[in-house]
Design a protein around this ligand. Structure first.
Ligand SMILES: Nc1ncnc2c1ncn2[C@@H]1O[C@H](COP(=O)(O)OP(=O)(O)OP(=O)(O)O)[C@@H](O)[C@H]1O
Length: 319
């Protein structure tokens, strides 16, 4: 096991945890750097929530340790000023106003109403903060949960499935908000079992399956690797184009009524092959893999992982 980097805001080292016959964590090891949104991705049951609970001192590992700024949670003084967390947005007193909920949390940490007003402003809840939390939509609850996590202005944030059940507008808001919080230098760890939710938001990915890390990679590198050499082509003569390109040695995949992706030939060679066959085309560009495609490439050989996520795969989720 390598020593955690001194700059790691969150370091998880060799965590093992069993629940009876189930190994929930089986050597989980990774770090979360300041200034990044790190996506923590894997199928249901992969060990994401358990890891987060261990980081927050809510669960004790059988082996290994988790550190926040180099210190275990249990030894942090005023923990909310070191790490904020959103684990379960439904955990609210339904009859209490959202503002009173935040005031109650703030007071328990020696923080005043001024800080509550700041986080309310940041989370865009100003217009509804006097309402009873029980009447909040899921999206509003998630915002309130993030506002609560931000009360202590912590350098590290953990969010467990914050996109769950949100409408597209809610997803876009959370993505933007997390990016802004990371841009302020915070380390943001956000779990999801849907890769698409993290598109355009995560800088780094820690992919897990069966209690351990399968891949730990910068998103830009991952996308570049998966995009490598592939060309996107738009043509009104799809069949002719596919035949001409296959004849020139390319592997061609149909991606839409008038689009193909081409592997094995560079853009210039594609143009040459199409011109030689007098095949018309309207657009040709270097293909940029989506996060979902990059993720599928990454986990293609991880048989165990795919088995673990096969249920999710059938419903279009990550596997
Ligand atoms: N308190 C518990 N008692 C028994 N088993 C547990 C408990 N907590 C977690 N597990 C088991 O440990 C494994 C890891 O669960 P965990 O909730 O950490 O996964 P996850 O990746 O967060 O999944 P999800 O996406 O469904 O939240 C699962 O097999 C789960 O059933």
């Amino acid at each position: 096991m390598t020593a955690p980097s001194p700059s790691a805001a969150i370091a998880v080292q060799g965590l093992r945890k069993r629940y009876g016959a189930t190994a929930a964590l089986d050597g989980m090891t990774f770090t979360v750097a300041p200034g990044t949104v790190t996506g923590f991705v894997g199928p249901n049951g992969a060990g994401k929530s358990t890891t987060m609970r261990v980081i927050l001192g809510l669960d004790t590992p059988d082996e290994g340790r988790a550190l926040i700024g180099g210190v275990p949670y249990a030894r942090l003084r005023r923990p909310l000023s070191h790490v904020g967390a959103l684990l379960d947005a439904a955990a609210l007193q339904p009859g209490r106003s959202a503002r009173n909920h935040l005031l109650w949390l703030a007071h328990s940490q020696g923080l005043g109403a001024k800080r509550v007003d700041e986080v309310v402003e940041q989370s865009g809840l100003g217009a509804v903060i006097g309402r009873k939390a029980g009447g909040y939509s899921l999206g509003m609850r998630q915002r309130l949960g993030i506002a609560a996590a931000m009360l202590g202005d912590p350098p590290a944030l953990l969010l467990d499935e914050p996109f769950n059940g949100l409408d597209p507008e809610g997803i876009v808001w959370i993505r933007g908000h997390l990016k802004a919080l990371a841009a302020e230098g915070r380390a943001v760890l956000v779990s999801s079992h849907l890769m698409s939710e993290l598109e355009g938001c995560a800088d780094h990915l820690v992919v897990v399956g069966r209690g351990a890390v399968i891949a730990d990679t910068a998103v830009a590198e991952l996308i570049a690797r998966s995009s490598g050499g592939r060309v996107m082509l738009r043509t009104p003569a799809r069949a002719e184009a596919a035949a001409a390109l296959a004849g020139a040695g390319a592997t061609v995949a149909v991606t839409g009524p008038d689009t193909l992706t081409v592997d094995g030939l560079g853009s210039e060679e594609v143009v040459r092959a199409l011109n030689a066959g007098a095949v018309p085309f309207s657009e040709i560009s270097a293909h940029r893999a989506s996060l979902e495609e990059a993720y599928m490439d990454l986990t293609r050989d991880a048989v165990e992982f795919r088995a673990a996520g096969s249920e999710a795969a059938r419903s279009g989720e990550v596997a």
